[in-house]
Design a protein around this ligand. Structure first.
Ligand code: FES
Ligand code: FES
Length: 161
């Protein structure tokens, strides 16, 4: 099959890639760029496990063709930490026991990030609604919601400091 040349920014670095027209974004991230933190669950847009950020929005990387991401900025779970310092969401997921088997965690965090970037005062109800497309078999959802609330509070306090 013919390939298409695309240019995408991934976690701050521009990448020039040759992709097949039917390559999904998740495949290119995992197989070409070795960014295996993004997980595949259903592959059909139903579970949220594959969520990444595209131009600051949470998107399902199993439903987007890599070619559609040409000239876009992608952030994956690997792009959140700064050196050895974890992002507040990553720290809060650990401290609130929101990581159990961990399979849904990258998608949960990448779904939550644009929300708290836009609204660090998001209510518990808003966070629950925002994460309602991210399925988790282990936690019962209370811990991830608590983790997002905790991270949002930390980000707000840092912003006001
Ligand atoms: S793997 Fe993409 S939504 Fe389930
Ligand atoms: S922690 Fe196991 S699926 Fe969510």
């Amino acid at each position: 099959m013919n390939t298409i040349n695309i240019r995408i920014q991934v976690n701050g670095s521009w990448q020039e890639l040759a992709v097949k027209p039917d390559d999904r974004l998740i495949d290119v991230l995992r197989d070409q760029l070795d960014l295996t933190g993004t997980k595949e669950g259903c592959g059909q847009g139903e579970c949220g496990t594959c969520t990444v950020n595209l131009n600051g929005h949470a998107v399902l990387s199993c439903l987007i063709l890599a070619a559609q991401a040409d000239n876009c900025a992608i952030v994956t779970i690997e792009g959140l930490h700064k050196g050895s310092e974890l992002h507040p969401l990553q720290r809060a997921f650990v401290s609130e026991a929101a990581v159990q088997c961990g399979y849904c965690t990258p998608g949960m965090i990448m779904a939550a990030k644009p929300l708290i970037d836009m609204d660090a005062e998001a209510s518990e109800g808003k966070i629950r609604q925002h994460l309602s497309n991210n399925l988790c078999r282990c936690t019962g959802y209370d811990q991830p919601v608590r983790a997002v609330l905790k991270a949002a509070k930390e980000i707000k306090e840092d912003t006001n400091a």
